[in-house]
Design a binder for this molecule. Structure first.
Ligand SMILES: [Zn+2]
Length: 271
């Protein structure tokens, strides 16, 4: 088995996780900027985090032979302070030149507030000005459907944004069709307790062909499973999907989306 982990918060994980991912066939890991579990108090905190994502974490991953890529933004959970968000967004352009940065993410909404919407629009403008891919976080539970609609409207309102260059993550049964019908990619986040189980993800794949879908573990500092993708692959196999179809979903699909950024290269491609 080979797979890409397109969304994992590795700064929260231990070295055993890197080792286990390599053993399971992981070929690359991508890390969106995320909430640390507590609010950072200044733009300087984000500056250090962006250094961690672009310098330290790729070095740590390389010790286990795993290529590490990242996405940058101020996450929706810290977007209530528009002044702070503006300062953080101003830091991002100089980091976009770094070799492992794939785009702007994970941006989006958390509580669907007016301030979050303003910061989302700033991020979309940043992505458009610098021709970056976009990775979107959609809200949880009761806010998800409305939040997803609001996000898609913001993206579609900007004529510079191409839907095929945006991935809308954490889709569920009631939002996946909305996302795919409008030409975007969808991500299914495999969590043991919330978001989506492997069985539900496979149901969605069977219903929607899986051509513009990927799966991720989003493993972070909370209850989450770094090997969620290989586990989902076993569920796919149990349900009769063949090896080629599984490879397409967990390896080729993420590569197809991520290859839209010229910096996404696997080691044997760049040799
Ligand atoms: Zn995440």
């Amino acid at each position: 088995m080979r797979y890409i982990e397109p969304h994992a918060h590795m700064v929260s994980r231990v070295t055993d996780d890197y080792q286990a991912m390599m053993l399971a066939g992981c070929a690359a890991v991508c890390e969106p900027a995320f909430w640390a579990g507590f609010d950072r108090s200044s733009a300087a905190g984000f500056h250090d985090y962006f250094c961690q994502l672009t310098e330290h974490e790729p070095r740590r991953a390389a010790r286990f032979g795993l290529p590490h890529f990242c996405w940058l933004c101020i996450n929706p959970k810290e977007s209530e302070d528009v002044g702070l968000a503006r300062e953080v967004i101003a830091l991002i352009p100089k980091f976009l030149e770094r070799g492992n940065v794939l785009g702007i993410g994970e941006i989006g909404l958390n509580k669907n507030s007016r301030n979050e919407m303003a910061v989302l629009e700033m991020h979309v403008d940043l992505a458009a000005r610098y021709n970056q891919l976009i990775l979107v976080h959609t809200p949880h539970l009761e806010d998800k459907h409305k939040g997803t609609r609001l996000i898609l409207d913001v993206l579609r309102a900007d004529s510079r944004i191409q839907p095929e260059r945006c991935l809308i993550d954490h889709v569920e049964e009631h939002t996946v069709k909305l996302v795919l019908d409008r030409g975007f990619w969808g991500g299914m986040t495999l969590y043991p307790e919330t978001k989506c189980t492997a069985a539900r993800a496979v149901d969605m794949i069977e219903q929607f062909s899986g051509e513009r879908l990927w799966m991720n573990s989003a493993c972070d500092w909370g209850v989450s499973v770094p090997l969620a993708i290989p586990h989902a692959a076993l569920e796919l196999r149990r349900r009769g999907h063949n090896a080629a179809a599984i490879d397409r979903l967990i390896y080729q699909n993420p590569i197809r989306f991520l290859n839209q950024c010229p910096k996404f290269k696997l080691p044997d491609e760049s040799r």
